[in-house]
Design a binder for this molecule. Structure first.
Ligand code: BTN
Length: 256
């Protein structure tokens, strides 16, 4: 175990290979590990994406999960997706800046980070009760060296954006920014600040979007995030729908 390059209150475990760093964090917690543990793997054999999808995890990219002991109310935990998205975006902007690379990095609801409209990172949050203890695992996949082809939404990597960085450097930047944003969030007492910064950095806010859910599709204006991180969609006629799980698409011209 080492903690070089991470903020002092965190520990880091580096694995050559694991099924999923989210799963490795859960196992560690069951074996008594406390919050503040980062687990990073060079490769994942069963990387998990959002909505039950697979996250292709060949060597070269960052696969990292942070174990947290959560004191906030359970309904506030989904806010952590937005806390983590802001941290990953800031880490990318910092790494770009250090290499004098000028990029456009935006957030896409609910858990994606985009560079030039293409997905470069995704976040997968998991919450578990272990007896009386509530843990949250913040899983982060960041395409450093390569990206998958033929995805529903186009993907990219830091390398493609001209940022040449390995996973070890990337996790240090992500960990530092996530620590900072967690302190802003204050266990959910200051989601207002997170929400505002997220909305400022997000694609499509105030614009017409299509929300594709498992069983239906809706169109309307992407108006806001509610307190649990659901997307507030204002339909023609003024009805507001709070969407918790969906893929969103933008109007032609604002799309990829
Ligand atoms: C998404 O679908 O956008 C979320 C992807 C999250 C992938 C990361 S990689 C590290 C952690 N371990 C996993 O199995 N998934 C997350």
């Amino acid at each position: 175990m080492m903690s070089v390059g991470l903020p002092p209150e965190y520990r880091l475990v580096e694995l050559a290979e694991t099924e999923s760093t989210n799963l490795a964090c859960l196992e560690a917690a069951k074996n008594g590990a406390s919050g503040g543990l980062w687990i990073v793997a060079k490769r994942q054999t069963a990387g998990r994406g959002s909505r039950g999808r697979q996250w292709v995890s060949a060597e070269g990219n960052l696969y990292a999960s942070l174990l947290l002991d959560e004191q906030s109310e359970p309904e506030k935990l989904s806010q952590l997706t937005f806390v983590a998205s802001l941290a990953v975006r800031d880490a990318i902007l910092q790494l770009a800046d250090e290499q004098s690379s000028v990029i456009e990095a935006k957030l896409k609801w609910p858990n994606d980070v985009l560079i030039s409209e293409k997905k470069v990172a995704g976040i997968l949050l998991e919450s578990h009760m272990l007896d009386e203890r509530r843990i949250v695992i913040v899983g982060i996949g960041l395409n450093c060296a390569h990206h998958p082809a033929n995805t529903a939404w186009p993907a990219t990597s830091l390398a493609e954006a001209g940022i040449l960085i390995n996973a070890t450097i990337a996790v240090q930047a992500v960990a530092a920014h996530l620590d900072r944003w967690l302190k802003v969030w204050q266990n959910g007492q200051n989601f207002q600040a997170i929400r505002q910064r997220w909305l400022d950095a997000a694609k499509g806010v105030g614009e017409k979007i299509t929300v594709r859910m498992a069983d239906r599709e809706l169109t309307g204006i992407f108006e806001n995030l509610d307190d649990t991180g659901r997307l507030v969609l204002c339909k023609a006629g003024g009805d507001r729908i709070h969407v918790s799980a969906a893929d969103i698409f933008f109007e032609p011209g604002q799309n990829w």
